[in-house]
Design a protein around this ligand. Structure first.
Ligand SMILES: [Zn+2]
Length: 339
């Protein structure tokens, strides 16, 4: 009998569930409101019911397990959420064990940005590579590292937080406790903050006029202004590219991976930040210069910096991949034991 897995993308506002087969084909898909304000037990009950309903629609295949992508810091040893700003009240609660108990199936909890990285590795921009790093530019900046087709977890599951590497030591304070993190320059929140700073400096700019109008100042509206030639808006995205370039230069020197994938809503402004990003990476990373696409770096494999392909589905598909990888590991262990 063929197998399939359930992927869950549990956000602060949306809860999405997909049944996915081993080739990555989506068999069923559901979306609900998370209603986080109604509390943890309500959300878990709704989620378990929706998972049961999804599974019951696929009687002709065996369920391999459930992968759940969650925002926040997850302790992989205990299957608990250590910190999740979007899911208040879930702190230090045995999320994984409770869902396993209710559904009677293996559950794997994973950070949502790690799940997105795994999704892009499996079916997206990095599908032809075993090793990759992904940056997700959303409200914050998330990330994930995949080595040998699997998420690199570090000691307890907290590895892969490139959003909190320091870009400017005395820069804006970050909720993580540091200052001048990449997230403070390359997230949607940071784009809006930097646009407001630019407006405060020059109230006569087109950016300031736009902000006074009916259009809300968002990462998207600032991007649209940049594309229309507004200098202030272009400066904001040059700053995004500058920060991403500094961060990526460090990561490229450290990891020498074949591919770095950039996704999330802010990545839609790709054309507006890419030139500054590449300029900075080239200036700061000798590993990049030695492996950059083009003539000057000679023959051999090149460092690819590219956009994500799966959009909002990356995390959902990556979550579904988790139990498949786990069952491959247990099969390999079984073979080793028998040998
Ligand atoms: Zn930070």
């Amino acid at each position: 009998m063929p197998t399939f897995a359930i992927g869950v993308d549990l956000g602060g506002t949306n809860l999405r569930i997909a049944a996915v087969d081993e080739r990555g084909t989506v068999l069923e898909k559901t979306a609900l409101d998370t209603q986080a304000s109604r509390g943890r037990d309500f959300v878990i009950t709704e989620m378990c019911e929706a998972i049961r309903a999804t599974v019951s629609k696929i009687p002709s295949a065996t369920l391999a397990g459930i992968g759940i992508g969650v925002p926040g810091i997850i302790d992989m040893d205990t299957g608990m959420l250590r910190e999740s700003p979007n899911l208040p009240g879930w702190h230090d609660y045995p999320v994984r064990d409770e869902i396993e108990r209710r559904l009677g199936t293996k559950v794997i909890l994973e950070n949502d940005a790690n799940s997105a990285a795994l999704g892009e590795k499996w079916l997206g921009a990095a599908r032809d590579h075993d090793d990759m790093l992904m940056l997700t530019l959303g409200t914050g900046v998330g990330g994930g590292i995949v080595f040998g087709g699997r998420i690199w977890h570090g000691m307890r599951g907290m590895a892969g937080e490139p959003g909190h590497i320091t870009i400017e030591p005395e820069g804006p304070p970050c909720p993580c406790g540091n200052r001048g993190c990449l997230e403070q320059f390359a997230s949607a929140t940071a784009v809006v903050r930097m646009a407001r700073e630019a407006i405060a400096k020059d109230a006569s700019s087109a950016l300031a006029h736009a902000a006074q109008g009916s259009v809300a100042l968002t990462a998207k509206s600032v991007y649209q202004l940049a594309m229309q030639g507004d200098n202030g808006a272009q400066q904001v995205y040059r700053r995004v590219g500058w920060a991403l370039g500094i961060g990526l230069a460090d990561l490229i020197n450290l990891l020498n991976l074949p591919i770095y994938v950039i996704g999330g809503g802010v990545a839609s402004a790709w054309e507006a930040f890419l030139p500054a990003l590449l300029e900075e990476v080239r200036k700061r990373s000798f590993v990049y210069r030695a492996t950059a696409p083009g003539e000057s770096s000679g023959a051999g494999r090149k460092t690819i910096i590219t956009r994500a392909l799966l959009g909002g589905d990356a995390g959902l598909l990556g979550a579904a991949r988790l139990p498949m990888l786990a069952s491959e590991v247990s099969m390999q262990e079984g073979v080793r034991k028998r040998a």
